[in-house]
Design a protein around this ligand. Sequence first.
Ligand code: ADP
Ligand code: MG
Length: 488
Amino acid sequence: MSSAFEAVIGLEVHAQLLTRTKLFCPAEARFTDVPNTHIGPVTLGLPGALPAVNEVAIRLAVMAGLALGCDVQRDSIFARKHYFYPDLPKGYQISQFDRPLNVGGHVDIEVSGQRKRVTLERIHVEEDAAKNLHGVGSASLSHIDFNRAGIPLIEIVSNPDMASSEEAEAYLRALREILMFAGVNDGNLEEGSFRCDANVSIRPVGSKTLGTRTELKNINSFRFVRKAIDYEIARQESVIVSGGQVVQETRSWNENEQKTVAMRSKEFAHDYRYFPDPDLPPLVVDEALLSRARAALPELPEALRTRWKSVFGLSDYDAGVLSAHPGLARFFESTLAHAADESARAEAAKPVANYLQSEVLREVSYDGLSAHFPVTPEALFELVSLVMSGELSSKLAKQVYAELLAKGGSPKAIVAAQGLSQISDRSEILAVVQAILAANPDKVAAYRQGKLGLKGFFVGQAMQRTDGRANPQALGEVLDAELAGDPA
Ligand code: ADP
Ligand code: MG
């Protein structure tokens, strides 16, 4: 973008709440199963079916509000939002309009070292629509999967506080992280349980009024979000620079053509005819619900990183990597929980953090840690402790780790069964060294005449004879002392 204009971006995020059942009925909230297996009278909007609100969904929505610093409303109202589309059997979506559950709030971001607070307008609760499947099976047919209809969502509406695609991405990442750590949402962009629409406009630098915006859809990855926003900023600028006017419309990111294309313009904008849903009473958040939500809210990522840095002395980088996913963060914490006391925990933190990054995350993605990962936090702690105490060389630790990955079990048991423990006993090392020197008198003489590079040969011999178990430091010292000895 040229320096004459600045971009203004506001994001609307739909996040599915992690409930077992739907927002207004007992059907299971599982949208990736065989189509139309989790449905019922309420889901299908059959005449006479009445909604009853899922309290767990409301608790999760309140937790989201608390986690994001919103003003949680004691009274809010469900409203009907009308439109006609096959994915909406009732002819309206139950949402919230002028009295949402959560008002205000904020997400703090950092872009190239600059911290910035993005403020929120609101977070409201609503039901998801069904999913239209076009051209599945036959190109000429469309199908509707009602499994998704009625799954609880929160819509997080930001104020137009962002000024670049980088800020928009940072906002989305931070928001997703908070919702995942709060246990409210699984953060899955590809499957669509965390979806974003981006509103983009530009205005002359220094102007205080907002320009006409377009709303971008179909941006289900961080990369698409960035590319679609950048494209749109450039497109709007070229429209204005060539004397035209930006049209308020909804546009869709087309990944194949690397551009946004118009979907519907304002002329076709919906009149949703919102009104309070007469089937539902006002949504009341009482003190009991509020305190349950507070109690259920775990430590959030920012607080976690601050604590890890101050208590464990982790670097910004390590704290960032280990808090990339709640599953990984929990694994790290549970591993350290096996330390005997606070000081042992602090001492083990850095080695455990290193081991997780260098070995564990090499083979398993961080969200795989929660599922069927065979290495338990207890086993990892034991393994790292064996290395820290010098009982196991880091090289042999890898062997033990591979065994743990393959079969699970306890590192101590594996070390004992395979005879892998490190030899630190100097008299044992001395015997090995003396035998090697005695077998290689010519090399000993050459070393003593200045061919110091031969030390590597002696170390190699000693490691070979001990199956790599000699403590490298002790071996080096014993070897130096023996090689320095008087030539006989
Ligand atoms: P709607 O109800 O049509 O979606 P809203 O006024 O609720 O419209 O705004 C939706 C989103 O669009 C919000 O995130 C808001 O910050 C953003 N937004 C509103 N006006 C602009 C603008 N001129 N430029 C960029 N974003 C905007
Ligand atoms: Mg909108």
